[in-house]
Design a protein around this ligand. Structure first.
Ligand SMILES: *Cc1c(COP(=O)(O)O)cnc(C)c1O
Length: 358
């Protein structure tokens, strides 16, 4: 297993996964070239593979999901136009306002429905501006995240995506899918990643989360959009030279690490079932849908921060994601025994007074 440091059960995020030995070997052997010239064969192989898996004409490797999303927004949106985003989307919350800073794009953040989706009527309304009135920023892209991280790791349904793709088409705007964990969504829905990706004009997929690659994302779309994406990527400083050492890990991620995501979903369900039995901990959802469990601590003796310090002291790391909400994410670095130990630690912490400061 690609396990983080000894004795720590790391459930803060699936970004803590380490590259597998097979990735490191592949990296060592990868044929390399200069990818800014388009001549790194390993990068080309990864991009072909990713495009095929996502059912798109083309794909380009980026250093991060943040950059892939930024490139997509800049490819779709002229300066001064607007991107319709979820108020709790990664693009809006965690990407440092890049589309505004680098692309001159304004965000129109909309609230999420309980399942993480955006209300189609609200999206349609955000799209409806008088094109001839110079006061308005014109809508250029709708961004949807699936699975939606901050709303519980819930995948958007294919029916919903179909509806939103139709809406985007009717409104003459692009649809970008932030599919950082698209393979988790596909697994949960029992469909292929391409079945999801087909609804987006572009789709961003992280190689460095549950798939365990150390670095990288891919942005996929049609040839013309990806050609534009390559120019923007270079402008943003994301043109990497012998990037085959990164792409080699990505190829292993896409060929060997997708099927095992099922273990992460099983482990999340196991963790969730354990938490359900612990007095004072309240699950946000009865059962996790992908690899994330969200819960709150209902304990007058300590703050959420102190709770997290107490669990960390016992060797379990979880993350506060919004005030009072705790997220635990399963991944390739934890197995069933870690999950059982995690439940023990949570039980111990709740059975004892706080040792924390806060
Ligand atoms: C992690 C994540 C990103 C950003 O990816 P980085 O590689 O961390 O920049 C984008 N969107 C979602 C939904 C994510 O979970």
């Amino acid at each position: 297993m690609n396990v983080p440091p000894d004795d720590i059960i790391e459930l803060r995020s699936d970004t803590f996964t380490l590259p597998t030995p097979r990735m490191l070997e592949a990296s060592l052997r990868a044929p390399l070239g200069d990818d800014v010239y388009g001549e790194d064969p390993t990068v080309r192989e990864l991009e072909r593979l990713a495009a095929d898996l996502l059912g798109k004409e083309a794909a380009c490797l980026t250093p991060s999901g943040t950059m892939a999303n930024l490139i997509a927004l800049m490819a779709h949106c002229p300066r001064g136009s607007k991107a319709i985003v979820g108020r709790e989307s990664d693009i809006y919350v965690y990407e440092a306002g890049g589309a505004s800073v680098c692309g001159g794009i304004t965000y129109e953040p909309l609230p999420h429905q309980p399942d993480g989706s955006l209300d189609p009527a609200a999206v349609a309304e955000a799209c409806l501006v008088d094109q001839d009135d110079p006061q308005f920023a014109l809508p250029a892209v709708i961004c949807l995240e699936t699975p939606q991280n901050r709303r519980g790791g819930i995948p958007l349904t294919l029916d919903y995506l179909d509806e939103m793709a139709g809406l985007a088409r009717d409104q003459g705007v692009a649809l970008h899918l932030d599919g950082a964990r698209i393979f988790n969504a596909a697994l949960a829905l029992g469909v292929s990643a391409a079945d999801i990706a087909r609804f987006g004009d572009t789709v961003q997929v992280c190689l460095s989360k549950g798939l365990s690659a150390p670095i990288g994302s891919v942005l996929a779309g049609d040839e013309a959009t990806i050609a534009t994406a390559r120019r923007i990527r270079k402008m943003l400083g994301g043109g990497m030279r012998q990037a085959g050492i990164v792409a080699a890990c990505g190829i292993v991620a896409l060929t060997e690490m997708v099927d095992r995501l099922a273990d992460d979903h099983t482990n999340a369900a196991r963790l969730s079932a354990g938490i359900a039995e612990i007095p004072g901990l309240r699950l946000e959802r009865h059962e996790p849908v992908t690899n994330m469990v969200f819960f709150t601590v209902e304990d007058s003796r300590r703050t959420t921060r102190a709770f997290i310090e107490d669990t960390a002291r016992r060797g379990l790391r979880v993350e506060e994601l919004g005030p009072g909400r705790i997220r635990a994410v399963t991944h390739a670095g934890v197995d069933e025994t870690h999950i059982d130990r995690a439940v023990e630690i949570l039980t111990e912490v709740m059975a004892q007074p706080s040792l924390g400061q806060g």
